[in-house]
Design a protein. Structure first.
Length: 36
């Protein structure tokens, strides 16, 4: 999946699965918006 220049919103991202998802999406090139 191509994520470069894409923006994603991850909710529940302060710890656990949400945090890991946000980190991985960022590492894949996405702009990540996080919300507690």
């Amino acid at each position: 999946m191509e994520l470069k220049n894409k923006t994603v919103l991850v909710t529940g991202s302060t710890d656990g699965v949400g945090r890991v998802v946000a980190e991985r999406l960022g590492a894949a090139g996405a702009r990540v918006l996080v919300h507690g």
